[in-house]
Design a protein around this ligand. Sequence first.
Ligand code: PMT
Length: 416
Amino acid sequence: MGHLHNRNIIIGVTGGIAAYKIAELIRLLRGDGAAVRIIMSRGAQAFVTPLTLQSLSGFPVHTELLDETAEMGMGHIELARWADAFIVAPATADALARLAAGRADDLLTTTALATPAPVFVAPAMNQQMWKNAATATNIQRLIDRGVEIIGPSAGEQACGDVGLGRLSEPAQIRAAISAHFPSRALEGRRVVITAGPTREPLDPVRYISNHSSGKMGFALAQAAAEAGAETVLISGPVTLDTPEGVTRVNVDTALQMHEACVQHIKKPTAIFIGSAAVADYRAEVEAPQKIKKVGDTLTLNLTRNPDIITEVARSASRPSLMVGFAAETEHLIDHAEAKRLAKQLDVVIANDVSRADIGFNSDVNMVSWVDSMGHDVIPITTKRNLAKLLIARCIARMPQNCADDEHRATQSEDDS
Ligand code: PMT
């Protein structure tokens, strides 16, 4: 990490029981070298005193919009301009509604509107309030405006309920903010990513496919390119724009994706990420003409497609870090770990695709990182933010001696 050194961060604290966790968040951010200023809503002050957060942040806490002395010093516009990142944590259901509506009737909402900095919200509320359609609509409106969502996490709540609604842990919030300021740690390295579905033709007009939109893989490619990597994105048929600085290779079928992967890992590659939802089977024979309706049933003979990621992992040019995805509907972690071992991967990102709000085609996702050390949950967040987090973790997890070290050395000799 360390991308937060010399960054200015505002934390807007609203009135929830989780407000006490902000003390730890301030400590972590300051430990990374960031300057932290606090805005507290009136409700927040009922849970934690401004004096506590002032002592921890080292700055007076800002509470009032119309405070003459404050406006002469660091008023709301100066605060908004000062920030490199603005995080509302904990964000109550009311705070989300007010931010989504674009209200500007207190210091926190006004600063959120006035800041050019990226805005994050870390929701915390009763699980039923989180599930409410009004909250879901507010979250979607914020996402559509580019606000990053961090969590909430699942677990036991202060009110006794169990479910999604707990404030994400301070370390998770810090990781999300930190990932937003990417290092260029992948400068001179290659990353190859597969994305989207494959289409397996049955006849000239029909095919077998799945619901993958490519959003997860495209976000990963964007994050890898932003971290400086030479990024190759091998994509099945999707309707997304190619992220800046990314080389895109379009394919339709699993066989084509397989061939493209084999070609593109010939050059030494630091990280391979298989986020594509590859069809495991294809038609044994593609009918040359449209299959006609005859009888009440139709039997199709299917044959196995190559397991692309396994072949990449077993090849002589195995990339230094092999990361797969597992889309599961039950026994998430057990199945993901089984896939990690069977496919000889370093990491598997497990997503629960039984939920309609995450996984396939959604703008947000909640996953678990599974590796030889165990697993941990990354709270629900936008796919673009998740991608930054995953790339930051991949960088931290890369082996000391990378397969592409020689390639980098040759490149820098060429450059000199
Ligand atoms: O595209 P989105 O709408 O954003 O959705 C993202 C996603 C849900 C598709 C993505 O996050 C995801 O989970 N991708 C993997 C889905 C999948 O096919 O999982 P699997 O359990 O079948 O495959 C496990 C791993 O093997 C994956 O890395 C997959 O790319 C790879 N695989 C699978 C089959 C095959 N023939 N070749 C492969 O390389």
